[in-house]
Each structure stands twice: as C-alpha cells, then as structure tokens.
Design a protein around this ligand. Structure first.
Ligand SMILES: [Cu+2]
Length: 432
C-alpha cells in the first residue's frame, strides 16, 4: 500500500456491486465479522464487521405504508443495536440502547418492526458504541420504494465511507484517540463508494442514491459524465429539482440525484488537495430509445405542516480543540452539558411546533441529527428550507430548524460526527 499512504484512488472494474434484493416485508440481518475487499484487487481484503457476510450489509428494500419486520441476530462477541436512520418510526423500534431498548446481547436476536411512512433513501447502522461499530462496518442502505417510481433506466445506490487502513489491509483499532475526538473525529486514510450496479449505457437516465455512511468525514461531491439535478435530501423529495453544483454530504446525510449519462461516470470527493475517485460507473453501449424530458420532482413527502412555534430553544455546541471552556465533563457539550442526562433537552407535547437555534460555538463543523422526525432548515430569508433529518452547521455559524414533534417517545438529538457524539455531544428530547 506504499503508493497510497493517504487517500488513494480506486480502479473501476475491481468494484463488486452491493447485494440487492426486491422489496420484502421480512428480513434477517446477522451482524458478524466479515472479510471485505475494500482496497483495490491485488491488495489485501479487510477483516471488518458487516451483515450477512458483507460490508456494507445487504440493501434492504421495503414499501411505504407496509409493515416490515427485520430480525437482527447478533453474531458479534459484544452487544449491539441497529438504528433505522431517517425513518419516522415507533420510538421502541429506533434502536438506541438505554433510551429505547436493551442491548442485543451476543447470540441474541431482536425483531424490529415498523411501517415506513415516507418513500426515499435511508440507511441502517449500529447505534451502540457506534463511533467504533459503524467505523468497523455496521452499515447498509435502506430504500423505501416509490409507489410511482420516476422514469429512469437504473436505480443505483452509492454508499460512501472512509477507513483508517494499515499497510496489511487491516483496520487500525484506534477508534477513540482523544486527539481525533477533540478535532474532526476518526477520519479514514482511504475513501471509496460501493455501488449497487456497476454498468449503464450512454443516454440512460439514472437515479443515484448517495449515502454518506462515514463516521466523521464530510464528502463534497462531484459526479462527472452526467447532467442532471438533485431531487431529494435525506429521503425527502425537493419541491423542485435543484442544480448539482453544491453537493455536500455530512455524515449520515443522503442526496438523490437523477442524471442523464453522457460520458464515463466518476464519483469524486473534492478536497483542497485535489479530487479523489470514490467509484466509477462503467458506461457500455448506447441507449437509443430514451427521449428524456425534463427531470421531474419526486412525489412530495407527507410530513405535518408547521404551525407558529410554541417554543424557541437554543442548542449551543461547545468544546473541542481550539474551543471555549464549558461545564460539561467530556470533550464536547451542548449548553454546558456533556452526554445523555436523565432530563431531556426539550419536552414537547405531541404535535407541537418548535423552533431550535443550533448555534455552533466551536472551531469544527457538526452534523446534527434528530431521531424520529424530519425538520425544516430555516433559510437566511426566514423561510422554510429543506426537510432534513441531519443538518450540517459549520464552525462558528448558526442555523434555525423548525420541527413538528408529532412522534411520541424519547428521541436522540446528537452530532452525527460519531467521535463527537462519544465525546459528549448528545442529548435527547421527550415528546409526550
Ligand atoms: Cu460534531
């Protein structure tokens, strides 16, 4: 691996497609150790965690409005729990140890069951010592299929992450070094994306479901060989398709784009030092039949309409390297408090509309994730912006969100830079 000490590129033809299945209402996932070819062919495969023999785990495809049942068997030698990220589900199925469930012990099985209310692109991942279990591979795509799918030739999932690789292809086991936790978090030295299909034709219209499954890395993305638009963020259809010029995915964020193929397709992460190839999509042949019209909006989500907010709370992010002091007892804090406490950050009546100012008083960006709900980002003009379950707030900036808390239960609110979460940046809200 000498030629790739930092952020290597990957060769296209070496990439194996993700296992993918038709929509089902029962699934079985076994968390276990797997060996996965993450580095290009010719380099060693990586011993890592995964589900059903692969990392990422199988792509789960389910239907909106139909109850799905997922048995999660724990084949690890430590506890685990699985969170269905972005699904507005029943609280007891949210997969958060202590807050919503007991751990699934080694050799144990838990059945998760929920009815997804929204179509779109979601994902699942461990929510137990997740800064380590997700970094070690416990992730997969969760797709809620459209009742009326857009007119495309292919629907392809692009799940990206990064890994801290050693020379021999094994993962470094430094998941919690305090220097990383106090800075940008555990950041891998190798990046790539896994695709669910690896070949298209020139002229095809393709839906790409981008998922950032990395624990801490923000991916500023560029896709070459295509022309198209963003049609959804975090599973939720945009009212009108949007230009792809500013495509940035914080950890846990998703973006759906619909594109027409006009050349060799490459997925790149853009950095100050240059661009890094995450994956290639082989373009083979020409599609002579497609007469592509304009890219249309997907069916619009049915989330509750906000009323005038009855509470306005402020969540101030504090701590970290080069940050100010705070009274919390860990590296990071919200409002001077580190880690989960007995009392929630907010208590809401079911159906209440709440405005929350997310104030980033630190020297690092944070991607703040609310469980069980989607919320509106408030634009600089004060208008409601995009619906999100995870919002990126840059260093020393602030963003307001507006949420209708209509889902009863105890819901995590935390930084999805998972090193920051373990470093104290997590709290919860209660919806009665
Ligand atoms: Cu953070």
């Amino acid at each position: 691996m000498n030629r790739r000490h930092f952020l290597a590129t990957v060769s296209a033809t070496a990439l194996l497609p993700l296992p993918i299945f038709a929509a089902q209402d029962t699934w079985r996932l076994k968390a276990e150790t797997v060996t996965q070819q993450i580095l290009p062919t010719g380099d060693n495969a990586t011993p890592i965690l995964g589900f059903n023999g692969s990392m990422p785990g199988p792509e789960l495809r389910v239907r909106r409005g139909e109850r799905v049942s997922i048995d999660v068997e724990n084949g690890l030698d430590e506890g685990t729990a699985v969170h269905w990220h972005g699904i507005r589900l029943e609280n007891k199925m949210d997969g958060v140890p202590i807050l919503t469930q007991e751990l699934i012990n080694p050799a144990g099985t838990k059945t998760y069951s929920f009815t997804p209310p929204d179509e779109g692109t979601y994902w699942y991942h461990s929510h137990y010592i997740s800064h380590e279990q997700v970094a070690r591979g416990m992730m997969g795509a969760l797709i809620v299929e459209d009742e009326t799918p857009p007119d495309v030739d292919h629907d392809i999932t692009v799940l990206m992450s990064d890994w801290r690789m050693q020379e021999d292809g094994s993962l470094s086991d430094e998941f919690t070094d305090m220097h990383s936790v106090a800075h940008g978090g555990y950041i891998g030295n190798f990046v790539r994306a896994f695709l669910s299909k690896d070949e298209v034709k020139t002229g095809d219209r393709v839906r790409l479901r981008l998922i950032n499954a990395a624990t801490n890395r923000i991916f500023p993305m560029a896709i070459s060989g295509v022309a198209g638009s963003i049609v959804a963020f975090d599973g939720m259809a945009l009212p009108t398709p949007r230009d792809m010029t500013d495509l940035v995915l914080a950890p846990a964020q998703r973006a759906d784009v619909i594109v027409d193929i006009n050349g060799p397709v490459g997925f790149d992460m853009m950095t100050r030092e240059g661009s890094y190839r995450l994956a290639d999509l082989v373009v083979n042949g020409t599609n002579p039949d497609r007469r592509a019209g304009p890219i249309m909006a997907l069916s619009q989500p049915a989330v509750p309409t906000p009323a005038e907010p009855t509470q306005h709370l402020t969540l101030t992010m504090m701590g970290g390297a080069m940050g100010g002091r705070h009274d919390g007892d860990n590296i990071w804090a919200f409002n001077n408090v580190s880690d989960l406490q007995a009392d929630p950050f907010g208590s809401f009546q079911r159906g209440e509309t709440v405005r929350i100012t997310l104030a980033n008083d630190t020297s690092f960006p944070h991607g703040i994730h609310l469980h069980g709900h989607h919320f509106y980002e408030v634009g600089e003009d004060g208008d409601l912006g995009d619906l999100r379950d995870t919002t990126l707030v840059n260093a020393n900036e602030s963003r307001d969100i507006i949420c209708v808390f209509d889902n009863p239960g105890r819901w995590m609110l935390h930084c999805h830079m998972l090193s920051h979460a373990v470093g104290g940046m997590r709290t919860w809200v209660n919806v009665a």
